[in-house]
Ligand binder design. Structure first.
Ligand SMILES: [Zn+2]
Length: 481
């Protein structure tokens, strides 16, 4: 990450003077964010953490288990799309690892899902200036005809511009939607940038277009396009949609900026392969005094297919399993049950999260006292978010124990926790540093080398402190305050 900042500084010589100042300021701001790494060796001033919490945090900071298990998953399984044979292999891997740690009641809760598989994906500018482009199909996209689609480009600088365009008028065209995503530590730019990915095909088809390319939803300038799930509306024609790498989107904009009519050719052969099995892998540390009450930590086991799913979300699996491993090895016995869940099929629509909430709805879900997920990369947390209805002081104590500030923002605990949160399960979340997360997210660059062992240990420390303190707390986090 530091190398990127330095190269950014080095490249400023090529840019006009006022822009240089801006770039240097931005780079400096990034360095400052990056150097404000949390130090968990001591708690916040004026707060003394319990000897158990202190012991767990110190053991976590020395532990390499979260890092090692993420290495194992990304190396021995690699990419693992929801519903694929590789995801099935990952479930067996998780069962074996959970048992190895010493988790009890290790089991898979299976569910069925529609399985989408990527095919060939190519694109090129046909005229003017013929040249290859780098694209990737968005998840769930239909294929082009086998011979591809060749058509004139209709350009929309932003998704809003497309939505404001009159219906009709794009007959036979390939729509190109640009629009850049802003970098932010908490990934705040993702939601707005993501709309074109989810709804771009529908809005373009309403106006007569036959295919869509979007500028990747990402913050890098590398030549890898970013995949991710898209959606069709039921009553609108389904047209193929792909993401262009950022430099390719720039290339289209420069060519269009010269006032030229542009023709593009694209060929994609993804397929829906029918219903296949996915599942959630679950393991418990059974509570010593209140075994029926559950504190849940999690990540998602599936990944996109382009990378090996290291930061998204091998790291979340590693952090959750790593925290359980440290707690078991410490010999401390939590009062409540600590549950580790490796959710299936998150990327393709939070299917594991919905399946879990459905299966456990009622008595069991009512006994889930606190739930969270790590699904924002491998960098350490910098603030704590509360989604509880009582006992917020306990969440604040978790923050103090780790010397982290509380955030004023709300949380539903993470993507797979959302469905159980809607059923009333209290949640919290550690906001991980994610300024660079969307440089890699859903690209072939999401690989293990991007993960730092010390960062994983810090994440493990946060999760061990959380599970212990939630287990010991008197509150059930559900009452009205
Ligand atoms: Zn994820």
């Amino acid at each position: 990450m530091r190398a990127f900042v330095i190269s950014l500084l080095a490249s400023t010589a090529l840019i006009a003077c006022s822009e240089v100042t801006q770039v240097v300021d931005d780079a400096q701001a990034q360095i400052e964010t990056k150097t404000k790494r949390p130090v968990f060796e001591a708690s916040a001033e004026g707060y003394t953490r319990s000897s158990e919490v202190d012991q767990l945090i110190k053991a976590s900071l020395k532990s390499t288990y979260a890092y090692d298990i993420t290495e194992s998953l990304t190396t021995e399984i690699g990419p693992r799309v929801g519903g694929s044979p590789e995801e099935a292999k990952a479930r067996q891997w998780a069962v074996a690892k959970f048992k190895e740690i010493g988790l009890e009641n290790v089991r898979i809760e299976p569910f069925m899902m529609p399985y989408w598989e990527r095919g060939i994906e190519t694109a090129a500018i046909v005229s003017p200036n013929p040249q290859q482009l780098f694209i990737t199909s968005l998840g769930g996209s239909v294929a082009t005809p086998p011979e591809g689609i060749e058509a004139e480009i209709a350009y929309f600088p932003t998704f809003e511009d497309l939505k404001n365009a009159p219906e009709g008028g794009l007959d036979g065209k390939i729509v190109f939607i640009s629009g850049r995503m802003k970098k932010a530590p908490d990934g705040a730019g993702y939601g707005p940038a993501n709309q074109k990915r989810r709804q771009g095909a529908t809005e373009a088809a309403k106006r007569g277009a036959i295919a869509v390319v979007i500028r990747s939803v990402g913050t890098d300038s590398h030549r890898f396009p970013h995949t991710g799930m898209m959606r069709y509306a039921d009553d609108i024609k389904k047209i193929p949609i792909a993401a262009l790498s950022a430099p390719d989107a720039d290339q289209l904009e420069r060519t269009l900026g010269r006032g030229e009519t542009m023709t593009l050719k694209m060929t994609m052969t993804p397929q829906w392969k029918g219903q296949t099995e996915s599942g959630n892998v679950i393991g418990d540390i059974v509570g010593s005094e209140k075994p029926e009450e559950i504190v849940l930590i999690s990540g998602h086991l599936d990944s996109w297919d382009l990378g090996t799913g290291a930061i998204d979300d091998g790291a979340g699996i590693g952090i959750s399993a790593g925290a359980a491993q440290v707690l078991i090895e410490s010999g401390l016995k939590p009062k409540r049950t600590i549950r580790v869940v490796a959710f299936g099929a998150e990327e393709v629509g939070l299917l594991g999260g919905f399946a879990y909430a459905k299966k456990h709805k009622g008595e069991s879900l009512n006994k889930h006292v606190l739930a969270t997920e790590s699904d924002f990369g491998a960098e350490p947390p910098y603030e704590v978010l509360s989604g509880v209805r009582s006992g917020k002081a306990v969440i604040e104590d978790m923050a103090k124990a780790l010397n982290l500030p509380m955030s004023g923002r709300a949380t539903n605990g993470g993507p797979d926790i959302g469905p159980m949160s809607r059923e009333g399960v209290p949640t919290m979340r550690f906001q991980q540093e994610g300024t660079d997360y969307f440089d890699l997210h859903h690209t072939p660059d999401d690989t293990f080398d991007k993960i730092d062992a010390d960062d994983m240990a810090k994440n493990t420390a946060a999760f061990t402190a959380m599970i212990w303190m939630a287990s010991e707390a008197e509150t059930d986090f559900r009452g009205d305050e």
